[in-house]
Design a protein around this ligand. Structure first.
Ligand SMILES: Cc1cc2nc3c(=O)[nH]c(=O)nc-3n(C[C@H](O)[C@H](O)[C@H](O)COP(=O)(O)OP(=O)(O)OC[C@H]3O[C@@H](n4cnc5c(N)ncnc54)[C@H](O)[C@@H]3O)c2cc1C
Length: 346
């Protein structure tokens, strides 16, 4: 068995550490819980099949990620006796008009055979939309994807932390540099990786979500997530309310104060999706989302023999558990399901 130091305890580091500890390795995670940690701010949608991205390596990763989720969550929750907030209540995908709805329906359905875990795919009538999500607008044609789901970033992290502890690993709240780690060092520092390395293609974005309250309506666990027009989506939250997002702002700084302008923009978007309901803004969640060209994460060695995992982008919560499984297998000389060389492209 080997010794590993994981630097960065967001979803990337925590998933890798959990899978390494589970197989008997000596693992220590160092995390400093920076304000703006992407995992904590995340919306947590797990529904990769509806994306229009054409990058096949990215799709293989998120498809395998979504396939792995139910078993991974079941095992983690049984081990730790903690809830991760994982629900599979489906996804309502909205489209501008009937023609685009039809094209999307065909495009998404075509993925079903290779991904049976996505469940049923069907067009929804207005009455069905109303029944599933009573205050949601019926102005847009909709497609329902049964296997869509959602996870709470904070609850998942907390369960992983407990899982690491139960498997003999340590989690230490401390700022650590890669050169100070013992054994094999895994660097999963998210947006803050540039403090130590110029991972050339990893940048970060400020992403904001508006948490809101709808009059007379609470998020029930069976309420599906909504994939709106463009990059907009609506999810239920831990407090049984809703959140709408997200903004994408390329930046090089690390400030996480919410912007009034973005709040107004998201509030206006919310009124478009809930036109007949009184919407009360609750607060803005701001995360620094690490991303790369083509949205393809980097998973591989740096020139200093540190193993880096970064740039998980807007599908990081979807991909991280399977990245954890695969990286743990790769670093302990076991067979992997994915070809990790696909992601070691620097
Ligand atoms: C608003 C928003 C919405 C999102 N929605 C979704 C979604 O719906 N579905 C989905 O799949 N993904 C979503 N994502 C993407 C996902 O959240 C990210 O890809 C993922 O959380 C990135 O995880 P990470 O571990 O790489 O980084 P982070 O979660 O940012 O973690 C990095 C950690 O490293 C720590 N750290 C850095 N340097 C050091 C050091 N020197 N020593 C110790 N610790 C250090 C930091 O403090 C931090 O805790 C969303 C992201 C955002 C911001």
């Amino acid at each position: 068995m080997s010794t590993f130091t994981v630097i960065g305890g967001g979803i990337a580091g925590a998933s890798i550490a959990y899978h390494l500890a589970k197989t008997g390795n000596t693992v220590t995670v160092f995390d400093r819980s920076d304000n703006g940690q992407a995992t904590s701010a995340s919306a947590g949608i797990i529904c990769p099949w509806v994306s229009q991205r054409r990058n096949k390596k990215w799709y293989r990763l998120v498809q395998e990620g979504a396939r792995y989720y139910p078993d991974f969550i079941q095992e983690l929750e049984e081990t730790t006796k903690q809830s991760t907030g994982y629900i599979r209540s489906g996804a309502i995908c909205l489209f501008k008009d009937d023609r685009i709805q039809q094209l999307a329906y065909e495009r998404i359905s075509a993925k079903q055979e290779a991904s049976p875990e996505m469940g049923e795919v069907r067009k929804l009538t207005k009455a069905e939309v109303k029944e599933m999500h009573p205050h949601l607008t019926t102005a847009y044609p909709a497609v329902f994807v049964e296997g869509g789901g959602q996870i709470s970033g904070d609850s998942l992290l907390s369960a992983l932390k407990e899982g690491i502890r139960l498997h003999g690993g340590k989690w230490i709240q401390q700022d650590v540099k890669p050169e100070d780690g013992e054994g094999t060092v895994i660097y999963t520092a998210g947006a803050w990786a540039s403090e130590c390395y110029q991972l050339p293609l990893v940048r970060h974005q400020r992403a904001e979500l508006l948490h809101l309250k709808l009059e007379n309506e609470y998020h029930k666990n069976e309420t599906p997530v909504v994939m709106g027009l463009g990059p907009m989506y609506i999810v239920g939250t831990d407090t049984k309310q809703f959140a709408i997002g997200t903004t994408h702002e390329d930046t090089t700084d690390f400030t996480v104060a919410p912007s009034e302008e973005n709040q107004q923009y998201l509030h206006n978007e919310a009124t478009r999706y809930f036109p007949e309901t009184n919407i009360q803004d609750q607060f803005m969640a701001v995360g620094l989302r690490p991303f790369t060209r083509d949205s393809l994460p980097y998973i591989g060695w740096t020139k200093d023999h540190v193993f880096a995992v970064n740039g998980l982008g807007s599908s990081g919560l979807t991909a991280a558990p399977v990245i954890g499984r695969e990286v743990a297998a790769y670093l302990t000389d076991k067979e992997t399901v994915l070809n990790l060389d696909d992601y070691a492209y620097f």
